[in-house]
Design a protein around this ligand. Structure first.
Ligand code: F6R
Length: 240
């Protein structure tokens, strides 16, 4: 495990450079992507680097970690919409090269199998970007999800519903379920970048990186990953 700390701006830049280097080394890289507040400025840096001619996403494929069940793609809180707004519409990635789970599929179980197979058929994820929930979730794999889980339908915990209600008009409107890559799916990525910012993540970062490896803290499984880079701002690193 390599841990980089610094100001939030420093790590936005460093993490974006890591992705750019990955794409330079392998132009047809398969990227796993996260939504949420944490990666937004890093995505901005990627857009700037793309505009400056430093990186092309024309051969890249992406798979997002997760999507809510039951809200339309066009809804401003859908992860599809988030990715268009925060990255895809400002880079040269072909629309057919981006994948998110379809949270409106008529048969969600079948959709989970399809998504898992599509990732495998692409050759697997080269570089996975992750944020971390206050309860240690990665993707939407909430505490006590088995480490062997693959893409599936998950029930969001009350704490996640509350945390994510900041993006919705009210807590009632937050979907109760999502489709998420599983922990095993995530761990199969050849390289993982875990990102965290802010004092409110300091406790869970300490537990995840230095505590016991247990499904009670899903992100603790990352300690077992052979190629993990962690980018923390000084506040999130405060308890290490
Ligand atoms: C997002 C995702 C989540 C977030 C986590 C942190 O696709 O899978 O695990 O990474 O909830 O969210 P933020 O960055 O908003 O604190």
């Amino acid at each position: 495990m390599h841990i980089f700390t610094g100001t939030a701006q420093e790590w936005d830049h460093k993490a974006a450079l890591e992705i750019v280097q990955q794409i330079k080394d392998k132009p047809d890289t398969v990227l796993g992507l996260a939504t949420g507040s944490t990666p937004v400025n890093m995505y901005r840096r990627l857009i700037e680097m793309h505009r400056a001619g430093q990186v092309s996403f024309s051969k890249v494929k992406t798979f997002n970690l997760d999507e809510y069940v039951g809200i339309p793609r066009e809804h401003p809180c859908s992860y599809y919409y988030f990715m268009q707004e925060n990255l895809f519409s400002d880079i040269d990635i072909p629309p057919e090269s981006v994948s998110l789970p379809d949270g409106n599929a008529p048969d969600l179980e079948e959709e989970c199998r399809r998504y898992e197979k599509k990732i495998a058929d692409s050759g697997g994820i080269d570089l996975q970007v992750l944020g971390i929930g206050h309860n240690g979730h990665i993707g939407f794999n909430e505490p006590n999800t088995p480490f062997e889980s693959v893409t599936g339908i998950v029930d969001l915990t009350q704490s996640t519903i509350k945390a994510n209600s900041r993006f919705f008009e009210s807590e009632d409107q937050v979907p109760r379920q999502a489709v998420s890559m599983g922990i095993k799916t995530i761990m199969h990525a050849r390289k993982i970048i875990l990102l965290a910012k802010g004092a409110d993540k300091a406790d869970i970062i300490q537990k995840a990186l230095q505590g016991p490896i247990t499904p009670e803290v899903p992100a603790s499984v990352l300690q077992l990953h052979p190629n993990l880079l962690v980018f923390l701002d000084n506040e999130a690193a405060a308890r290490l």
